[in-house]
Design a protein around this ligand. Sequence first.
Ligand SMILES: C[S@@+](CC[C@H](N)C(=O)[O-])C[C@H]1O[C@@H](n2cnc3c(N)ncnc32)[C@H](O)[C@@H]1O
Length: 198
Amino acid sequence: MTAADRWNAKYADWHEPGPPSEFVVGHADLLVDCATAVDLAGGAGGTALWLAEQGIDTTLVDVSERALEIARSAAGERDLLLHTICADLEADPVPTPAELTRLAASAVPQGGWHAAVCTNFLHRPLLGTLHALLAPGGIAFVLIATVDNLLYNARPGRPFLVERGELPGLCAGLEAVSFDEGWFGQRHEARLVARRAD
Ligand SMILES: C[S@@+](CC[C@H](N)C(=O)[O-])C[C@H]1O[C@@H](n2cnc3c(N)ncnc32)[C@H](O)[C@@H]1O
């Protein structure tokens, strides 16, 4: 079974996008100068739609066409513009901006996005290429549960968790604006806000 099959099955009985990431919403002040944003593995679009509601030209990337359909439908109902790209972000090599452009030219701004979001999706090689998706000075918001989360939660399983202190080092070419690790409610998470260095 492919990742697309697995995730299309998970989203089969979803009909609404769900809420935006409170981590991203909590940093709204850092988004005021952003004209474009991408949410990577953004699922049914809760965060992407919130970004679009802020007036940001937003692209949602996910492997699940079903999740993208839910997001597009909600965008239509809310009268929002939302670009979507169905792509396997775990492909080897990780899709480059050129490859994403090939999939959906109008969804990829020339020169990179001003903001990139990646929450609850861990593919280490992707995090290493975030800088290439961002415009110079662009900002990334990355949130991943850590191995400590296993103390109280069986899921996500170990392959989907970062080690403590690992996250900033995975995001090559980005300079940390803030890095927090700890219990956020019931989950132990690593939360990184970082800017493209050059
Ligand atoms: C745990 S959900 C997180 C969704 C959203 N980012 C959030 O924080 O609520 C993981 C998402 O990754 C997507 N996904 C899984 N494998 C993927 C892949 N290989 N390429 C792109 N997206 C993938 C799934 O479809 C799903 O929407």
